[in-house]
Design a binder for this molecule. Structure first.
Ligand code: KG4
Ligand code: ZN
Length: 378
């Protein structure tokens, strides 16, 4: 692999909080090694529980494969799997070294076991199983979406229940989260995922790969009102999403521009697209507030945004604007913990191990593994 750089992306030291009378559940001071290999990040992290509430990230190493995939304009599964195989061992060693810990200090090994690109998922879960069986440690097969869903509990100690907006490269969903493994789907995209819409828009505008951060950056120089773009499903009942019409409208608008398009056109179109996405998402979230209340008999105490697109600063600002008037707490993890990382996998593993949920060594990785189908006992 060429040009890939491992970086330690995040390290927090949360204050010890131990409220034994809390109904949040006691999360002990276990240390879990987490492994993430479901897409184009090879990552390993060590996370520790701190009683009830937020956890501590002791080390968090992410090796991005972006440079390997950039020439192809997207992630190539075969290249990703080989890169995970080449680098995972050294990334795990680095996570342990940065934590100044040996495997004897670790209480369990968690790895993403799906959904994702299956070659990479196999590399991560086989490695985790091998370490677990060699050291006699529990193995925890983590659902990647559950790892995103629980990140706000690692960073902010958010209590159940909450409304979850899961926005990533492969998903766009609103879910009621009532507990570990208890996710009810309120709405989902009927066509493209939201991250896919960002990535395709970036490609169309020649902004490069990965698309989300590139569109966000271009949009900061643009006029969001210049182009009239649709807000798919806005004003309709429910909280499903649709992005394919918006994507087509961006393409048609780009085709009408004078050739060659000047830089300002690109900036304005990126800004108009991003504003259309934010408008749509906020409309859908408002409906989700009502659906959540109908289902749980209470308004959502918190809206948690998770997944790579939750790193988008414009989206964060618009979500804040709808939560504040309704006294709903908005929780969005720091950008480096919204995009794929292993700290979230370690944390999901820690929550599961604490609940006595471990996985058998013959657990089969799953390319498709919807969150709403996940049960606490899986
Ligand atoms: O959660 P994630 O890292 O991987 C998946 O599980 O899919 O999400 C990746 C997606 C990509 O589509 C990427 O373009 C998007 O998240 N993304 C963003 C931003 N950062 C990453 N989209 C919009 N704005 C961003 N700042
Ligand atoms: Zn992800």
């Amino acid at each position: 692999m060429s040009g890939a750089k491992a970086k330690s992306v995040f390290c927090t030291n949360h204050v010890w909080r131990c409220d034994l009378s809390s109904k949040l559940g006691y999360i002990s001071a276990m240390k879990i090694l987490g492994i993430e290999t479901s897409c184009d990040e090879t990552a390993a992290a060590i996370v520790q529980g701190n009683g009830a509430g937020a956890g501590t990230i002791i080390s968090n190493v992410v090796l991005s494969q972006l440079d390997d995939h950039r020439p192809f304009g997207g992630v190539v599964p075969e290249i990703a799997a080989r890169a995970h195989l080449d680098h995972l061992d050294s990334i795990i060693a680095r996570a342990l070294a940065e934590a100044e810990l040996g495997l004897d200090a670790i209480d369990g090994i968690a790895a993403t076991a799906g959904p994702g690109l299956i070659g990479g998922v196999h590399v991560g879960s086989m490695t985790a199983k091998a370490i677990a069986s060699a050291r006699g440690l529990p193995f925890i097969a983590v659902n990647h979406l559950e790892a995103h869903a629980l990140t706000a509990r690692l960073t902010n100690g958010v209590a159940f229940p909450y409304l979850l907006l899961l926005v990533s490269g492969g998903h766009c969903q609103l879910l009621a989260v009532e507990g570990l493994g208890q996710y009810s789907l309120l709405g989902t995209t009927i066509d493209d995922a939201i991250g896919e819409a960002f990535d395709k828009t970036a490609k169309l505008l020649g902004l490069g790969f990965p698309g989300g951060p590139a569109v966000q950056e271009a949009a900061t120089h643009g006029d969001p009102k210049r182009f009239k773009l649709p807000r798919p499903l806005k004003g309709r009942e429910g909280c499903d999403f649709s992005f394919s019409g918006l994507k087509t409208a961006v393409r048609q608008t780009a085709l009408k521009l004078d050739e060659p398009a000047i830089e300002q056109d690109t900036y304005d179109l990126a800004a108009s697209f991003q504003t259309a996405v934010c408008d749509t998402v906020t409309d859908r979230c408002k409906n989700a507030f009502t659906l959540f209340e109908e289902k749980l008999g209470m308004p959502p105490p918190a809206l948690v945004a998770a997944g790579g697109v939750a790193a988008n600063l414009a989206l964060r600002a618009t979500l804040e604007a709808i939560c504040a008037p309704q006294a709903i707490q908005l929780v969005v993890p720091p950008p480096a913990l919204c995009t794929d990382n292993a700290a979230m996998v370690a944390w999901a593993g820690l929550e599961r191990l604490q609940a006595g949920l471990t996985s058998p060594m013959n657990f089969q990785p799953r390319p498709r593994w919807p969150l709403a189908e996940l049960r606490a006992a899986e």
